[in-house]
Ligand binder design. Structure first.
Ligand SMILES: [Zn+2]
Length: 1039
């Protein structure tokens, strides 16, 4: 006996209106009648006949009821609002978010929809069979807006075929005559309509039987009363809202049946009586946090989230004790199915037991055969429902992808794509993409497995005559083209196909607006053998990749590629990115050609704006970088190389950037740089420095949008702000407002100009002169406005401040690494490189501690000092000595001198020198108790060497600078008898001053990779000041 359980929570199950199921309900905001701005929150319910709203969800009687047939239209008015227009009043509703708004009119119980001709009408009607009713609409769009012509209650209807393609729907009031597109279509419509009639008339026999188990009177997921749906493999009885979500997960996860409509499915339904929602939920819903619980009024997003978590991820389930032990699970399954314990079977199967496992018995090889043998029909039923769900469990946690809809499709082709499109019903399900003549065609016109699809290509808008289109490249070499004008439709298809195409771990590849995604074979490094399969997606200048065995998507900025080369015969392309070499191979020619041209387009082009240029790692266009490097090398470096036999004798650089160069050569050089700057090597003899300087100027002057990105030279504050600090902060703000590439380019140019003006004595180009040239160039003005020059001059003047060149942040270690990197000096085993502070005609030098702020020191140096990066020839011996050292302190006789009290001739005299963890002490005599000199170890700076004019008694000397107090800076000269002696002293100093193990040195790892890994490029965004040139000689960071 069916007893209605009254429920005040929702009226949707009131027996009186039960024949018209709720399509959508939830909270909406509604404008009050007088049209004030205050929205009222209302519980809104939509069914096939009425739109009603209530004070709250518990209310039985509505505040307002609007007959759907009185609604003339429903308009989406934006801002998450929609209007329901009736003849005498317009109701404005506002949803909490867009998805609710768009879903507000989406019908969830549609069993069939499509266009049909109706006799007496010129145009086709869009007919929708939904639950117990048939809706007639002008077109699909109207229907999607929730508007239609009429609805026909099918409990009053009868359906009968009249001709090959025609059929009648007869009600007591009227007969509707329809004509389908084909005979097959007619059959489908008649079948669906008859199902609708029988559903509307259906007895509740099955439902009532299942509901006789009390636990089944509430939805297993949300608790709504009288659930008349069920998932036959998951063994849960569901309400229609939850059933809709289950259906969306696909058959492989949940097989949804109606208790009322799918009568055939219920010949044996004792399984649901045996188990019941409560018992099954002991497994499925053992651990639900209260915050994640569903209730009957939960919205569709919450349902989606919950149902996915519950069944796809098994998030709330009660883990079986054998979870994770595949063999044990399978064995337990084979035993359990011999008993009647279906609940245990369910627990085993959904914790990983394989329903298709081999039982070990050749007579009864599968679990199903065992269950049959033991007469366990319910076990057989359960196993059969889960037989082909393909659930191999934990690895398959990702949501199965399914999607359907109409698309326009061309015939597949191996050649150029034809543009003859036909409308096809497409379906993506369980990794299969298939298409049909129409939605209800039973036989598909074609199908492809997603695993056979090499590549998905998103076409530019409007290509092939459709607003939006995409192509699938099949392994067979065929190309499939699909189009649609609606961007949303195509975007959704691209999203689901992309997801179905790539493995779950590569999902990041499709989470952005890519142009193509797919797989390619590749080899990495120098190897040409055994290519691996990698996943790639490409859009603009970004190439995302997931290489074999990796679990994270990597990212290549194609503008920054160091090298790109094509191997025409092998159909392969080689990319070198950050020292990594990747060789991509094309699986099929059309596919590979697409990747190739996509990559080439992403490389950067010389005629584009700054951010589309080929870039260096520091985001500076390669053209700019090449020119500046060349000029720096020739103009700045040659001045210093003079002492070391300059390779550029006689180069006159006076007036650099002023002289005009040879126009034809400038044009040719700029052309080749714009074509592919990376391939151009500016070399002496071919290029004249003036030509290169003019190429740089011309490029900056002509580049799209300019370095200042359209900012005017006449900045409004330029003439009003006189405070220098204020101006600097204004410049900083200006800089900050530029796009990154423009900012980096400006930084590089101003850095370069700063360096050039440092040598104004030699090249005659001071800040002012440079600014006159570069103002109009950078601002792309004609030069009549002199504020452009003023800006550039002030930028040069305040370069360090404005560009935040905190040279002091660069440590000695970073400096050494950078110099080695730029000098392309591969480290050798046993090489120890240090940055030395070199004094006084290179007579004394101090290796910097690796953490010392090298450039801060550099800036504080006098004119006769410089920094040098070079091999530390004492280091190996010192390390050997330290390794063997027993005592960390040292004392022995040494020859000593200092500058104090030495008039005229300096003398070195013997002292006992004691060095320990606290101080360095010098005693006049061995027996002295009071030291003559003393300095704390931490206040000592030890230089190798002694000034020659002091006439040290041997060449094994060291100069110790003691800086105990600001004003008390002393220099002591200590001279050893032998090199060995000196090394012992230096090693003792180093050991005491420097925390072990790594002192002022680079200890290269055995492999080059290790070196790169350990000392990768500077974290510093700007090039080292002022060592601009990439070609800087490693020993010449000079002042
Ligand atoms: Zn439910």
């Amino acid at each position: 006996v069916y007893i209605y359980l009254g429920c005040t929570l929702s009226q949707s199950f009131n027996p009186d209106i039960h024949h018209s199921p709720v399509i959508k309900m939830g909270w909406l905001h509604k404008t009050p009648p007088q049209g004030t701005l205050v929205f009222q929150k209302r519980w809104v319910m939509l069914d096939a006949q009425y739109l009603r709203y209530f004070q709250n969800e518990k209310e039985v009687y509505s505040k307002r009821i609007i007959a759907i047939l009185s609604v003339t239209k429903v308009l989406n008015v934006g801002g998450q609002k929609f209007e329901v227009v009736t003849r005498n009043r317009t109701f404005l509703f506002r949803a909490e978010n867009n998805s609710k708004c768009s879903r507000a009119s989406r019908v969830s119980l549609i069993s069939k929809q499509g266009y049909l001709e109706m006799s007496g009408l010129r145009s086709k009607l869009y007919v929708v069979i939904c639950a117990d009713s048939v809706f007639l609409c002008r077109n699909a769009e109207e229907h999607s807006q929730g508007v239609g012509i009429t609805s026909i209650e099918m409990n009053l209807g009868a359906v009968k075929g009249t001709d090959k393609r025609s059929f009648n729907l007869t009600t007591i009031y009227r007969t509707f005559s329809f004509v389908a597109e084909s005979e097959q279509q007619r059959e489908q419509w008649v079948e669906a309509l008859q199902a609708c009639v029988s559903h509307s008339l259906s007895s509740n026999a099955v439902a009532q039987k299942i509901w006789s188990e009390e636990a089944n009177q509430r939805c297993a997921d949300c608790g709504a009363p009288h659930p008349d749906w069920a998932s036959v493999n998951l063994c849960v009885v569901l309400c229609k809202c939850c059933a809709g979500v289950h259906r969306g997960l696909g058959q492989s996860v949940s097989k949804v049946r109606s208790l009322k409509m799918d009568e055939n499915a219920w010949t044996e339904n004792q399984l649901f009586l045996l188990l019941g929602n409560d018992k099954v939920n002991l497994f499925w819903a053992a651990n639900i946090p209260p915050s994640e619980m569903l209730c009957p009024s939960s919205d569709s997003e919450e349902r989606q989230r919950f149902v996915t978590a519950k069944y796809c991820q098994g998030k709330y389930r009660c883990y079986h004790a054998l979870f994770g032990q595949q063999e044990a699970l399978n064995k337990a399954l084979c035993n359990t199915i011999q008993t009647g314990d279906v609940l245990e079977t369910l627990s085993l199967v959904f914790c990983g037991a394989d329903v298709n496992c081999y039982t070990g018995d050749p007579e009864l090889p599968s679990p199903v055969s065992v269950a049959q043998h033991y007469g366990q029909t319910l076990q057989v039923e359960f196993l059969t429902h889960n037989h082909n769900t393909g659930r191999s469990n934990e690895t398959k946690a990702a949501l199965p992808i399914s999607h359907t809809g109409y698309l326009f499709k061309t015939a597949s082709s191996t050649r150029a794509v034809t543009e003859h499109f036909s409308r096809r019903w497409c379906s993506l399900n369980q990794g299969n993409f298939s298409y049909y003549e129409s939605e209800k065609s039973s036989s598909q016109s074609g199908q492809m497995k997603m695993s056979d699809v090499l590549c998905l290509v998103v076409n530019p808008q409007g290509k092939h005559g459709y607003g939006h289109s995409f192509e699938l490249y099949h392994d067979s070499g065929r190309v499939y083209l699909f189009g649609e004008d609606s961007p949303d439709t195509v975007r959704e298809w691209i999203k689901v196909i992309g997801k179905a195409l790539v493995p779950p771990v590569a999902e990041d590849l499709v989470g952005w607006s890519f142009e193509r995604v797919g797989r390619l074979r590749y080899t990495a490094g120098q190897s040409f053998h055994c290519p691996c399969l990698g996943w790639f997606s490409l859009g603009g200048s970004r190439l995302l990749l997931l290489l074999h065995g990796e679990d994270q998507v990597d990212n290549i900025d194609l503008r920054k590629l160091q090298e790109l080369s094509m191997e025409q015969e092998a159909a392969a392309v080689v990319l070198v990115d950050r020292g990594r070499r990747l060789r991509l191979e094309g699986d099929r020619r059309p596919d590979y050609q697409g990747w190739l041209s996509g990559i080439q387009q992403g490389l950067g082009r010389g005629d584009g704006p700054l951010d589309q240029q080929q870039l260096t790692e520091t985001e500076v266009p390669v053209i700019v970088d090449r020119c500046i490097s060349y000029i720096t090398q020739h103009v700045v470096m040659c001045l210093f190389m003079g002492g070391f036999s300059s390779p550029f004798p006689g180069l006159k650089s006076e007036g650099i950037y002023r002289r005009c160069g040879v126009n034809s050569k400038i044009a040719a050089l700029l052309l080749s740089l714009r074509h592919d700057a990376r391939q151009v090597r500016l070399s002496e003899g071919v290029c004249q420095v003036d030509n290169v300087a003019n190429v740089l100027k011309r490029f900056l002057r002509e580049v799209g949008e300019g370095v200042f990105n359209g900012h005017q030279a006449s900045l409004p504050w330029l003439h009003t702000t006189s405070d220098e600090r204020e101006r600097v902060s204004q410049y900083k703000a200006l800089l900050h407002s530029l796009p990154p590439v423009n900012r980096a380019t400006l930084g590089a140019v101003i850095n370069h100009l700063y360096c050039v003006q440092c040598f104004a004595d030699e090249n005659q180009m001071n800040m002012h002169n440079l600014a006159i040239v570069f103002g109009p160039t950078l601002f792309q003005t004609d030069g009549t406005d002199n504020s452009a020059g003023q800006v550039v001059e002030e930028l040069i003047q305040n370069y360090q401040d404005i560009f935040n060149v905190s040279g002091s942040a660069v440590s000695a270690e970073e400096l050494v690494c950078e110099v080695l990197r730029r000098g392309n000096i591969p480290p050798q085993q046993g090489d120890y490189w240090s940055c030395f502070l070199v004094n006084d005609n290179q007579e004394m030098e101090r290796p910097l501690h690796y953490q010392e702020r090298a450039l801060a020191i550099y800036f504080s140096l006098g004119k006769d000092c410089h920094l040098v990066v070079k091999r530390n020839c004492y280091m190996e011996a010192m390390l050997i000595y330290i390794a063997a050292m027993v005592d960390v302190s040292r004392n022995s006789m040494i020859k000593f001198s200092d500058e104090k009290g030495q008039r005229g001739k300096r003398t070195f005299s013997r002292r006992l020198c004691v060095l320990d963890g606290t101080s360095l002490r010098l005693y006049k005599e061995v027996k002295s108790t009071q030291p003559e000199r003393e300095c704390q170890v931490h206040a000592l700076k030890v230089y190798y060497g002694i000034k020659k004019r002091l006439q040290p008694p041997s060449c094994w000397g060291m100069t110790v600078v003691c800086e105990q107090a600001e004003r008390d800076k002393q220099q002591w000269y200590l001279c050893c008898e032998s090199k060995n002696e000196l090394i012992k002293w230096l090693a003792t100093f180093m050991n005491l001053q420097v925390p072990s193990p790594s002192p002022t040195l680079i200890i290269p790892s055995k492999s080059r990779e290790g070196f790169i890994l350990q000392y990768s490029p500077l974290p510093h965004p700007h090039p080292l000041y002022p060592t601009r040139a990439e070609t800087v000689s490693f020993y010449s960071i000079l002042k």
